[in-house]
Write a protein that binds this ligand. Structure first.
Ligand SMILES: Nc1ncnc2c1ncn2[C@@H]1O[C@H](COP(=O)(O)OP(=O)(O)OP(=O)(O)O)[C@@H](O)[C@H]1O
Ligand SMILES: [Mg+2]
Length: 252
């Protein structure tokens, strides 16, 4: 008889703690946080300023290591890795999108998207083709030679998303990706995230906006470095989100 084993979640975080020391002060940015995220979820992380959202994203994205607690990514214990191993995991598994786009100002859209391939194993081969394919996925083939200051905010964020998905990461992490965008552009960027999610991408978005969270399937709220609430967003039979649900139920 073959053993039936349930697949592990993509992300398993147990007792995650991050303590910062600034002078004599000790700040518990994360305070024993537990969280599990399955493959192909689309999750919003919410919570007031200082609740630990960006710190959590930095840990999930292997940019930094926790002070205590465990983080299993794809079943591998990331919390025990050294800086070199972390960098490799980051390269292979993580795509980042930030509020301020973080593009190099003198490089074209194409050159910005090619950047992660410099660090990827054997990735320099066929780089242009891969970068163009990523720009095509975000609908920017007609702007590949533009520099960031020749692009709109929404287009800049598309370049950043193309760069983030280039290495086909396991997780796409976005920290307030629409924080600098107007509402029409926000909707445009969100539909891009939803498209990537529909194609199988796991997406985690930090946001202050209920509108942004309502596009996700689950809303995790943080307070004082812990999970305050964790709600699934219901969908109607047509698969549309019941948006009123989140504004009413998730707010504390
Ligand atoms: N590098 C650091 N050194 C010291 N303290 C830090 C550092 N990064 C964050 N903190 C502190 O940790 C706490 C959580 O910060 P974090 O940036 O995770 O909050 P956030 O939920 O992302 O807030 P916001 O919504 O304002 O972006 C805050 O009290 C912050 O001051
Ligand atoms: Mg933040």
């Amino acid at each position: 008889m073959t053993e039936v084993r349930a697949e592990r979640p993509l992300i398993e975080v147990v007792g995650l703690t991050k303590v910062y020391r600034v002078g004599v002060e000790t700040i518990r940015a994360l305070n024993g946080l537990d969280l599990a995220i399955e493959r192909n979820e689309m999750v919003a992380i919410m919570g007031s300023s200082g609740s630990g959202k960006s710190t959590l994203m930095n840990m999930l994205g292997c940019l930094d290591r926790p002070t205590a607690g465990r983080y299993l990514l794809n079943g591998r214990d990331v919390s025990a890795m050294d800086a070199k191993e972390l960098a490799q995991v980051r390269n292979e598994e993580i795509g980042f999108v930030f509020q301020s786009f973080e593009l190099l100002p003198r490089q074209t859209a194409l050159e910005n998207v090619e950047l992660p391939l410099i660090y990827a194993r054997g990735g320099w081969r066929g780089r242009k083709k891969r970068a163009l394919a990523a720009l095509d996925r975000v609908g920017l083939l007609d702007r590949v030679d533009h520099r960031p200051n020749q692009l709109s905010g929404g287009q800049r964020q598309r370049v950043a998303i193309a760069r983030a998905i280039l290495n086909t990461p396991s997780i796409l992490l976005a920290d307030e990706p629409t924080g600098n965008l107007d509402s029409a552009t926000t909707t445009e960027i969100l539909s891009l995230f939803r498209q990537l999610h529909a194609e199988g991408q796991t997406v985690i978005i930090v946001t202050h906006e209920d509108e942004v969270a309502s596009h996700c399937h689950r809303v995790v709220r943080l307070r004082d470095g812990r999970v305050l609430s964790d709600l699934a967003i219901q969908q109607d039979i047509a698969g549309r989100h019941l948006r009123a649900n989140i504004a009413g139920k998730a707010a504390h």
